[in-house]
Design a protein around this ligand. Structure first.
Ligand code: ZN
Length: 136
């Protein structure tokens, strides 16, 4: 069945991010001036506005920062997915990112703030894969 949810549109500054995601690798931007990794990807660092930035491969390890369990589909494409978990995770490298937690039985008993997570990728089209996280 075709993917029927909203699809991200890669922009110039995020092309590498999406290319690497398709290879099931999570990449971040890192500021060479102050040594901070950051997300979302952009050419100018949000910490000190330096343009001296690079791409780094993230470990894929994260912890659960906060989450919600979605009970009612926000879009027709999600009808078969509820209940599902939207979350902010804190990556091992420091940045936080919005994502989903992949878990069979999403209840408050099965999700703990601070729990260890690792990245997994969902291939949604021939060109795109979405990084999501699952409990370790
Ligand atoms: Zn900086």
């Amino acid at each position: 069945m075709a993917y029927n949810k909203p699809i991200p549109v890669p922009q110039g500054e995020s092309d590498v991010y999406w290319q690497k995601a398709k290879e099931h690798e999570l990449w971040l931007r890192k500021c060479n001036a102050c040594d901070n990794a950051y997300f979302y990807p952009r050419d100018i660092s949000p910490c000190c506005f330096s343009k001296d930035t690079d791409w780094i491969r993230a470990s894929g390890k994260a912890s659960l920062f906060t989450y919600g369990i979605v009970q009612r589909a926000p879009h027709p494409g999600f009808v078969d997915d509820v209940p599902f978990v939207t979350a902010i995770v804190e990556l091992e490298e420091g940045p936080k990112m919005a994502t989903n937690i992949v878990i069979d039985n999403p209840t408050f008993d099965n999700l703990q703030i601070g729990m260890d997570l690792e990245v997994v990728f969902e291939d949604i089209t021939d060109e795109l894969a979405l990084p999501k996280f699952k409990p370790v």
